[in-house]
Design a protein. Structure first.
Length: 41
């Protein structure tokens, strides 16, 4: 496989958040990544 690079693409990740009463929920967090590389061995 070859390396793949994306520039300026927003990335969504899900984060577990616990509130004051102890309940956990999932929140989406968007961030802008300047370069993402992936390679298969």
């Amino acid at each position: 496989m070859s390396k793949q690079t994306m520039t300026g693409a927003p990335v969504c990740t899900w984060v577990a958040v616990t509130d004051a009463s102890g309940r956990t929920r999932m929140e989406a967090r968007w961030s802008s990544v300047t370069a993402v590389s992936s390679a298969a061995a």
